[in-house]
Write a new protein. Structure first.
Length: 297
């Protein structure tokens, strides 16, 4: 039998999220945590969950703050369905001393506040199990977007994937399985070797100008500008770009608009295309991440 982490005695706060987070909240409650939330869909939540009237009420005295995997933007705001929640120093100061903040991304300002207040930061995006399982609906969602945006099939099309991280590797594997010709771009030789082993054509970033003009579909997973204006100027007019990186992405969207090349930033795909699966992933892995963090603390 697999080990079930116990969270008895922990007070946890969820700020922001979607149906994925509701599954994780249920799992936390089942394992003994006291949970308060704000900016999370209330449908289907257990009666033991406290729905707070404000972020301050939800976070006051909490041992752990759990933010969506997308985390905060550069201003420290978390997206919610109503209005963004600003995660600032004063809000974080209401947490219990020695608490922890769990998030896939935090602005520099939020990190500085956490350091000043003695709060630990746990980057949920660094968890391999969570990232690899999430890469499955991310890759499927990216391919779905591409299929809806172009009149050709993925089969026998020329596809470029920038980045051979956890999402990039899953995407390369999916595109190859669908019969696409895939170019995989990676900086490290070992990642290019893995791409070759998988059946893709390995490419280093300096060599992108030599192949970009052949591409029908471009998928970016790198959270820095890699699909630059010169590359976009060399692309086919009918090509499309799906950017899976966190905002602001890795594509020069202004250049794409000038060329009238379809280009779309695609954050949060797991929750949009497969919320049940993505929720089950969070419910399985997130309690383990929280339990490990407090066991170390």
């Amino acid at each position: 039998m697999s080990h079930v982490p116990r969270l008895t005695g922990l007070s946890l706060c969820f700020l922001g999220g979607d149906r994925r987070e509701t599954k994780a909240i249920e799992a936390m409650v089942d394992q003994g945590a006291s949970v308060r939330c704000f900016g999370v869909p209330s449908e289907g939540l257990k009666c033991e969950v406290t729905l707070a009237g404000s972020a301050e009420e939800a976070l006051r005295g909490a041992h752990g703050l759990i933010l969506p995997l997308s985390g905060t933007d550069d201003q420290g705001k978390v997206r919610v369905s109503t209005c963004p929640i600003l995660i600032d120093h004063d809000l974080l100061a209401t947490m219990a001393r020695g608490g922890a903040v769990f998030s896939g991304r935090l602005s520099d300002g939020v990190r500085r506040s956490c350091d000043a207040l003695g709060l630990r930061v746990v980057n949920t995006a660094d968890d391999d199990e969570l990232a690899i399982l999430n890469s499955i609906p991310s890759a499927e969602g990216a391919v779905l977007m591409a299929m809806q945006a172009t009149p050709i099939t993925v089969h026998h099309s020329n596809c470029l994937v920038t980045g051979m991280g956890r999402t990039g590797m899953t995407l390369v594997r999916l595109l190859l399985a669908m019969g696409a010709r895939v170019w995989a771009v990676a900086r490290k030789g070992r990642d290019r070797a893995r791409a070759f082993e998988m059946g893709a054509i390995p490419v280093d970033y300096p060599d992108l100008p030599d192949c970009i003009s052949q591409m029908d579909m471009v998928f970016n997973t790198v959270p820095e500008l890699v699909i630059t204006r010169p590359l976009i100027l060399a692309m086919k007019p009918a090509a499309i770009i799906v950017d899976l990186a966190s905002a602001p992405g890795g594509v020069d969207f202004a250049a794409a608009a000038e060329r009238r090349i379809w280009a779309q930033l695609a954050p949060g795909l797991p929750g949009k295309v497969a919320p049940a699966t993505a929720g089950a992933v969070l419910a399985k892995v997130l309690p383990e991440i929280v339990a490990r963090a407090f066991a170390k603390g």
